[in-house]
Design a protein around this ligand. Structure first.
Ligand code: ADP
Length: 493
């Protein structure tokens, strides 16, 4: 089958590419701003600036009387505190009384300053014609020639002055004319200066992009490449790989942590698998050797063809069978392939049956199984699977018993909803440090795997799987040298 491989670029190329795109966009935006919008924005800014000031001066005029007693300082203060455009100045005139107040940041360029009363009157009338307010433009910045004013701004990039005329009335009804002027300067020189600066900025940005992409490459790409290299060893089965969890940014340290955890888990799984192969082959070989030995004796030695020897072969075959079944059961249980048939059953009766049956099996070895149960209790469980749990626990109780050969099977009511079942022995017990692990598959306290006792190391993991499938609580309390109490709880009907 032909597999199509998509070409992937290294992250540093993405970083450089992205930064380059960013740089181009930035450059385009700055050029556009400069060539298209700068002039407009400058003009609009200046004009709206004087318009705003004219409006606020009109507000002042309307709330006071502009006569000889008027304190001009209040207006100057107001203009100073306002965002008064540079190169602008303002005049507020009472035409009837011939009084005026002047303010501005640059008196030198105040083109409306030396207007004759006649010119003011002309401007006043011009504004009156336009509904009380008008905007006029003149070329140059010299003394204003009112015969040379026009209504449209000159589009050419030349020095121009703008005059705003606004008529209003003060609180006593006097005619007030507010004159504002400002200078629009040609932007050509500024633009040229900006353009050459733009190239310098562009060059600086380019250098910065190189530096940045180098730095980002070191910060982002390198640690990932390093981890990837180490992970390749992990893939080859080197689970001792130690990923650096301290250096690098958060995502990388988290990745390192995850990989360390993965390596640990893989290492554990690998160890378990090796132990499993060793244990299974050892366990399977023992009965096989017995069967082979007995069969050879029966074939070679006349008179050894006895029913006892045949029985041994049968017993060992059964043991093999149960071991293979145990393995199969466990993998099915853990894979969720055995559905639980949880139904109502008389638990007490069931425990009595199990105890009686087990008693018969082990009494020849001197064991007794005693059932401790008060009232009959109906509980919810899968009978076949719980029987398997009890047999595994009873087998362990027998296998790990010492001189004291009494095993107790106890049923006790916990609360309204649960009943506890316990298998208690007075055998060798489990050391505290081994307790958390005994439920693991193939964990055997007896590490040398001596066959002093029968068992495959699967019993408790089967117990655990069944009980977890019942969503049951379970556990053990054990004192080393004194005995163990394995328990689980079922739901009461
Ligand atoms: P095994 O086949 O080895 O019995 P299990 O999974 O049933 O496997 O048990 C795991 C380990 O737990 C045993 O090897 C044993 O060391 C310990 N164990 C289980 N039950 C008991 C018990 N009743 N008393 C003491 N140790 C026990």
């Amino acid at each position: 089958m032909k597999t199509e491989t998509k070409k992937n670029f290294p992250i540093r190329l993405y970083i450089v590419g992205l930064l380059a795109v960013f740089c181009v966009i930035l450059f385009a935006a700055v050029s556009l701003y400069q060539n298209v919008f700068l002039k407009d924005i400058y003009r609009r800014g200046k004009i709206t600036g004087i318009e705003r000031t004219a409006d606020s001066l009109a507000d002042v005029a309307e709330s006071t009387t502009l006569d000889a007693s008027f304190n001009a300082e209040t207006i100057r203060e107001k203009l100073d505190s306002d965002t008064f455009e540079a190169d602008s100045c303002a005049l507020m005139l009472n035409l009837d009384l011939g009084l005026g107040v002047e303010a501005g940041t640059s008196r030198r360029e105040c083109v409306i300053r030396e207007l004759t009363p006649f010119s003011v009157k002309v401007l006043h009338d011009e504004a009156e014609k336009d509904g009380g307010k008008t905007m006029l433009f003149a070329n140059g910045e010299e003394k204003l020639d009112i015969s040379n004013l026009h209504k449209e701004a000159d589009k050419a990039d030349t020095m121009q002055c703008v005059v705003l005329v606004k008529n209003t009335k003060d609180a006593s009804g006097n005619e007030i004319t507010i004159l504002m002027s400002t200078i629009l300067r040609p932007l050509g020189i500024v633009e040229n200066a900006l353009r050459s600066q733009l190239w310098i900025v562009f060059a600086i940005v380019l250098v910065m992009i190189f530096v940045l992409s180098y730095a980002l490459n070191r910060i982002i790409a390198r640690p990932i490449a390093g981890i990837n290299e180490q992970a390749a060893h992990l893939a080859k089965g080197n689970y001792a790989e130690d990923f650096d969890e301290k250096n690098g940014y958060r995502e990388v340290t988290e990745l390192a942590k995850t990989l360390n955890r993965t390596a640990k888990e893989l290492g554990k799984a690998d160890k378990v698998r090796n132990e499993l192969i060793a244990n299974v082959s050892h366990d399977l070989r023992t009965p096989l050797t017995m069967i082979e030995g007995y069969a050879e004796i029966m074939r070679d030695i006349p008179g050894e063809n006895t029913p006892e020897n045949i029985q041994t072969i049968i017993d060992e075959t059964k043991r093999l069978d149960s071991m293979v079944n145990g393995l199969l059961d466990l993998s099915k249980l853990q894979g969720g392939m055995i559905p639980m048939e949880i139904k109502e059953h008389n638990l007490t009766e069931f425990l009595r049956d199990v105890a009686d049956h087990y008693q018969k099996m082990v009494e020849k070895d001197g064991f007794t199984v005693r059932l401790e149960a008060e009232n009959d209790i109906t509980a919810l469980y899968d009978e076949k699977r719980i029987e398997q749990v009890l047999y595994n626990l009873l087998n362990n109780a027998v296998n790990y018993s010492d001189k004291e050969k009494e095993i107790i099977l106890r049923q006790s009511r916990r609360d309204e909803k649960t009943v506890r079942v316990e298998v208690i022995d007075h055998g060798i017990g489990v050391r505290e440090e081994d307790l958390p692990y005994i439920w693991d598959r193939y964990y055997r306290v007896d590490k040398e795997h001596k066959r002093s006792v029968r068992g495959s190391g699967l019993g408790l993991s089967i117990v655990r799987s069944v009980l977890e499938n019942h969503a049951a609580q379970y556990g053990v309390s054990s004192t080393y040298g004194k005995g163990s109490d394995f328990w689980f709880e079922l739901a009461v009907k």
